[in-house]
Design a protein around this ligand. Structure first.
Ligand code: HEM
Length: 279
């Protein structure tokens, strides 16, 4: 007669618990696709159902930057079941926004856009296609052209060999803007670094600075934004001296960020304007 195995000698609930732990471990520690899936960009380990969502934390731009340092400038994550390709270098951004921008010109379907923006009928969330093309050309030619701004005065889908159709793409412009391979002392505020520099912010050739995005879904409001920004900034600097309340200095500022539609200051900047020009 054979002796009973260790498992069969245990009470049933304990056997079930051990089996469940074993299953969960197998599911949780699915190996990274860095080495297992040929032709796919590297991926961090995924968690069942959540994918990589649980890893994003409060500051996804920072988490993605850290993951990219480990897995490379083009990596594949999963937000739940949705594959998400994350670009974290200027070269990767160029591939997506210039070389293959037809393929990546759609927008994700967002409930918010359908509910608030007339079934995503506005130009920024409209799916890539004829309707978007017409809206965009009205914007660019009729509303936002340099001439018009000045006058105010006062898919075709190609499938790539690597990715599943429907893969969402995120370009981490924040991480690219801090890439030490591209910028000298990236965390330092040195506006003079742009003097006599070829880098511009329009995303035409230089993808290391892309505040307006780039490619066919890039921001059409650049002339409008730059004209308004320059005017407002020039007036604020020219007409006022600025100090911090209570004699505080720049180093005293709390510069932590906060996540929202865009990343913004966690603690609002309070500054006192002292007029220095009398009319
Ligand atoms: C400093 C100011 C601005 C910044 C930093 C900015 C930035 C951006 C960015 C990052 C995008 C997404 C680009 C992409 O997906 O690749 C975008 C799209 C867009 N922006 Fe701006 N923008 C600014 C001002 C404006 C202004 C003033 C207007 C219009 C009056 C405007 C109209 C649009 C539109 C319509 C889109 C969607 C384009 C499309 O999906 O085809 N933006 N902007």
């Amino acid at each position: 007669m054979s002796s009973p195995s260790l498992l069969s000698s245990l009470p049933i609930p304990i056997t079930i618990i051990i089996f469940t732990i074993f299953l969960i471990k197998r599911l949780i520690f699915t190996p990274s696709t860095t080495t297992t899936h040929k032709n796919l960009p590297p991926s961090p380990q995924t968690f069942p159902v959540l994918g990589n969502l649980h890893q994003l934390g409060l500051y996804p731009h920072r988490t993605l930057q850290r993951l990219a340092q480990h897995h490379g400038p083009l990596m594949l994550l999963h937000f739940g079941s949705r594959p998400v390709l994350v670009a974290s270098s200027a070269d990767a951004a160029r591939e997506i926004m210039k070389t293959h921008d037809v393929v990546f010109s759609n927008r994700p379907k967002l409930n918010m856009a359908h509910k608030l923006l007339y079934q995503a009928r506005d130009v920024s969330t409209a799916p890539y296609g004829e309707y978007w093309r017409q809206m965009r050309s009205i914007c660019v030619l009729q509303l936002l052209s340099p001439k018009r701004v000045h006058s105010f005065r006062s898919v075709r889908e190609e499938e790539t060999a690597l990715l599943t159709a429907g893969t969402m793409v995120m370009t981490n412009a924040w991480a690219i803007g801090r890439d030490p391979n591209l910028w000298d002392q990236p965390e330092e505020f040195q506006p003079e670094r742009f003097l006599d520099s070829e880098v511009d912010f329009k995303g035409n050739e230089h993808f290391q600075l892309i505040p307006f995005g780039a490619g066919r879904r890039g921001c059409p409001g650049i002339p409008f934004a730059m004209t308004s920004n320059e005017l407002v900034l020039a007036n604020l600097v020219h007409k006022f001296d600025w100090v911090l309340p209570g004699g505080a200095k720049g180093d005293d500022l709390d510069t932590r960020e906060c996540l929202g539609l865009t990343i913004h200051r966690k603690v609002p900047l309070l500054a006192i304007a002292r007029p220095r020009l009398t009319r």
